[in-house]
Ligand binder design. Structure first.
Ligand SMILES: *Cc1c(COP(=O)(O)O)cnc(C)c1O
Length: 362
């Protein structure tokens, strides 16, 4: 089997060692006589995997003791609803910073739950090409929280310095850049991230939440949607997605073996340097619509002179064993997703292909 260079936006590339470990362990977890897929979520064998996954999140990010780590289902999209259901009480308003399609969706859900306002938007004709500055944020000092999307998977923009929201809790959807580097968790009230971009398979969301916010959360919502229910039960209130948790464990163990998040950040920055370097060098052929200071290191988007050339590039890349380059249908063009599991080797090979393609087709 020839594994391709996979630049999919999500579900996305997984580190080969994490998959090989799953392959080795699939039929028998430890010496338990059965697969992790067959274990009770109440048994000690599964519990060890579950605890290790949570401990790895804590360790890799140095999550402070006054934060809960939760492993939940329903995708990041369910968090669009759970955040306001828990944290937006009647009589309060929440602030949303719009930087792309996902933040728009998060705002829509909040409006169904309570009062939510736009604290800033960088949309121009429905497109987003940059992250707002602190000065552009019109923050309500009485807001229940401020919501941002740390990396905009469709439009290819990313926050590198997080906004200062004073005493108002900052909530971030980090689905597509969670653990691309270390960050200061204590600056956030709550962080959520679907695993299928940067740290695992689909079917699981990691939530980090300040304990006081969880404790003060609304009680007039169904139990299954309360953060407190899951925090109090170590994310074992009901049956968790055991195999997804297991795979996240494998990926995080691999991240730790790479030298932790500082080493991973170095690698991610180098990939960005190589890829944007090639695009800038060939800027008469490839056009990056994103402001230089907002360029995402996770999703690199650009256009070619014509859609026909974009199709041709995608076809040639496929022949060379590189897949997942088609831009999101709302944006068009090319999108290269360079999450943690995408190697520098893959990015370097793609950069070379971009050079050759521009030379042959300019
Ligand atoms: C993919 C993605 C989502 C949606 O995730 P689901 O698991 O499909 O609900 C939300 N936010 C961001 C930033 C994403 O990249």
């Amino acid at each position: 089997m020839a594994r391709v260079f996979n630049f999919n936006a999500g579900p996305a590339a997984l580190p080969l060692p994490a998959l090989e470990r799953a392959q080795r362990e699939l039929l028998e977890l430890g010496s338990s006589g059965m697969s992790v897929l067959e274990h009770s979520h109440r048994g000690k064998e599964y519990e060890a995997v579950h605890d290790e996954a949570m401990a790895l999140v804590r360790r890799l990010l140095s999550v402070p003791d006054d934060y809960h780590v939760m492993l939940l289902q329903g995708g990041a999209s369910q968090q669009f609803a759970m955040v306001p259901m828990n944290l937006l009480p009647a009589g309060k308003s929440a602030d949303y910073v719009l930087t792309g399609g996902w933040s728009e969706k998060a705002l829509e859900e909040a409006k169904l739950v309570g009062t939510a306002r736009v604290a800033a938007t960088t949309a121009v004709d429905g497109r987003y090409t940059r992250i707002p500055t602190q000065a552009e944020l019109d923050l309500d000092p009485a807001a229940a929280y401020v919501h941002i999307t740390s990396n905009n998977t469709l439009f290819g923009t990313q926050w590198f310095d997080f906004p200062n929201t004073g005493d108002v809790p900052l909530v971030a959807d980090m689905s597509s850049d969670f653990m691309w580097r270390k960050f200061d968790v204590s600056k956030f009230g709550l962080v959520y991230a679907g695993a299928q971009k940067n740290i695992g398979p689909s079917g699981i969301v990691v939530v980090l939440a300040r304990k006081s916010l969880v404790d003060g959360g609304r009680k007039d919502i169904p139990k299954i949607f309360r953060y407190k229910t899951h925090a109090d039960n170590k994310s074992l209130y009901n049956t968790p997605p055991t195999f997804s948790v297991y795979l996240v464990r494998n990926v995080l163990a691999w991240l730790e073996e790479q030298g932790g998040l500082d080493a991973v950040e170095k690698q991610n920055r180098e990939k960005g340097r190589v890829l944007y370097g090639a695009l800038d060098e060939l800027s008469s052929f490839y056009k990056c619509p994103v402001d230089v200071g907002s360029r995402s290191l996770m999703n690199v988007v650009f256009r070619l002179p014509t859609e026909a050339l974009e199709e041709k590039l995608i076809a040639e890349a496929k022949k060379a064993g590189m897949v997942g380059l088609k831009g999101h249908r709302a944006v068009g063009g090319i999108r290269v997703s360079t999450y943690n599991a995408v190697s520098l080797q893959a990015v370097t090979a793609l950069a070379q292909l971009l050079r050759d393609f521009a030379r042959a087709n300019a």
